[in-house]
Design a protein around this ligand. Structure first.
Ligand code: ARG
Length: 467
């Protein structure tokens, strides 16, 4: 049979320009192997209800395997005239087995095929993403462990705030990614349901065994609403939202790296191999890798928004607009995967300038909160303690002194309750040791945190290998 699948109803050929305008195979060809997998299962289901004979099924299976091999070996040529990946595979099947190829379309619609393929594809991409996320988390944990002795001026409002272990600060990104990983695990429950059997939208008119179909494709079960199955792209937007959250975290990390490598901060150095120079200014070393992660994050956020706005106002059920979900989805996946890898390489390669950080810890009155807390332990209500400490800081600043450089007499001018033991409180180590509280920056607490996240990662890694 030549021409379009619908040519029986039509009196003229499709316009060439429109054909080009409407094709999707130039991007949905990446679904080809999933299309074949789903077609194989569908053929098996048709055989179970007597639509295909044993021989027909076996010739279809052989042909589908051949086509899959051709695709993997790059010998398959996709044709735009055939519009999309589904019609391309159907035509290739026809060329190999003749009329029986068309039997496979019994009760089947591309509306359900496309979402089945997409769910299978996302299942696999989810796995790739999870691998990259675990590698990123591991890189952060390793860097943290190697630098447990490094103390960092923690920031709020980009102002020096309190001392914190570098390991505690940087593992914030491991913690973020860990929750995105959990989000993916939860998303999988909804993605891993099978639309096949929904047909165009009303459900298949032939008594297909939908449980068999779902199982054969490795889904947890059939999706039990045929209109929802072909109309909804929740599994796409939810995935894109998780990608967006990942990119937001990578972008914030990138922003910090960019600040830290600048001469004003000078907290870290990044390997030359991930930086670029200037074509004009010979002294420059630019953190382009981090800047690009930050820049690419906005394209992933855009991809999410693109699909959300595609769906708004779409009447049920399938509309051709839905074809436009794929380019932003594919782009977001590629961008997030490459950005994750780039961020991992930057973390692995970054070098901390310890002397510089040690120097900075002495400045900026990072221990002012400690002084206020000290007053609280002597019975002064916190608001008052805060007020007294504020005055002491102001006085020290005027004198050009650090807090620990003030004499006891000077302290006593602000509160007679202050004794010699105040100096113990004005040491960074003391401030850290006071924070051995779950989730805090106490050295032992941070070590325990790293160990427990590491063992969680090991469990997840083992799970990736045996699905
Ligand atoms: N290329 C289409 C898409 O991506 C496949 C489904 C086409 N269905 C249809 N009735 N034209 O959504």
């Amino acid at each position: 049979m030549k021409g379009k699948a619908w040519s029986g109803r039509f009196q003229e050929e499709t316009d060439k320009f429109f054909e080009d305008f409407s094709e999707s195979v130039s991007f949905d060809y990446v679904l080809a192997l999933y299309e074949i997998q789903a077609s194989r299962t569908y053929a098996r289901a048709l055989k179970k209800i007597g639509i295909l004979s044993e021989e027909e099924l076996s010739s279809l299976e052989t042909a589908l395997n051949d086509i899959a091999r051709d695709i993997k070996e790059g010998r398959f040529s996709f044709s735009k005239e055939l519009e999309d990946v589904h019609m391309n595979i159907e035509r290739a099947l026809y060329e190999r087995v003749g009329e029986v190829a068309y039997k496979i379309h019994t009760g089947r619609s591309r509306n359900e095929q496309v979402v089945t393929d997409l769910r299978l594809y996302l299942r696999e991409e989810g796995l790739n993403l999870k691998e990259l996320m675990l590698r990123f988390i591991e890189a952060i944990l390793t860097k943290a462990e190697q630098n447990l002795d490094v103390v960092f001026p923690g920031f709020t409002h980009l102002q020096h705030a309190q001392p914190v272990l570098f390991a505690h600060w940087i593992t914030t990104y491991a913690e973020g990614l860990r929750w995105h990983f959990e989000r993916l695990l939860d998303w999988e429950k909804r993605n891993n349901l099978c639309p096949l059997g929904s047909s165009a939208f009303a459900g298949c008119g032939f008594p297909l065994d939908r449980t068999f179909i779902a199982k054969d494709l490795g889904f947890d079960g059939p999706l039990l609403h045929s209109v929802y199955a072909v109309s909804s792209r929740d599994f796409v937007t939810e995935f894109l939202f998780i990608l967006s959250l990942i990119m937001l975290d990578l972008s914030r990390l990138a922003e910090e790296l960019i600040l830290w490598i600048s001469p004003e901060f000078s907290f870290i150095d990044l390997p030359d191999r991930f930086c670029t120079g200037s074509s004009l200014m010979p002294q420059k070393k630019n953190p382009d890798a981090a800047e690009l992660i930050r820049g690419k994050a906005s394209s992933v956020l855009g991809n999410l928004f693109q699909v959300l706005s595609l769906l708004k106002n779409l009447p049920l059920s399938y509309n051709r607009d839905l074809q436009e979900d794929k380019p932003p989805l594919f782009q977001a996946i590629k961008t997030t995967k490459t950005s994750l890898l780039m961020a991992t390489l930057l973390i692995e390669g970054l070098v901390i300038k310890k002397e510089r950080l040690t120097q900075l810890l002495k400045e900026g009155y990072l221990l002012a909160t400690e002084l206020a807390d000290y007053l609280v332990t002597k019975g002064i209500p916190f608001r008052e303690a805060h007020h007294i400490t504020g005055k002491i800081v102001r006085f020290a600043e005027d004198q050009g002194k650090k807090l620990e450089e003030l004499t006891l007499e000077e302290f006593k001018k602000f509160s007679t309750i202050i004794e010699e033991d105040v100096y113990e409180w004005l040491a960074v180590e003391h401030a850290l040791l006071r924070r051995e509280i779950p989730g805090g920056t106490g050295p032992q607490t941070v070590k325990t945190y790293i160990q427990s996240l590491k063992s969680q990662i090991e469990t997840w890694k083992a799970g990736l290998k045996s699905p």
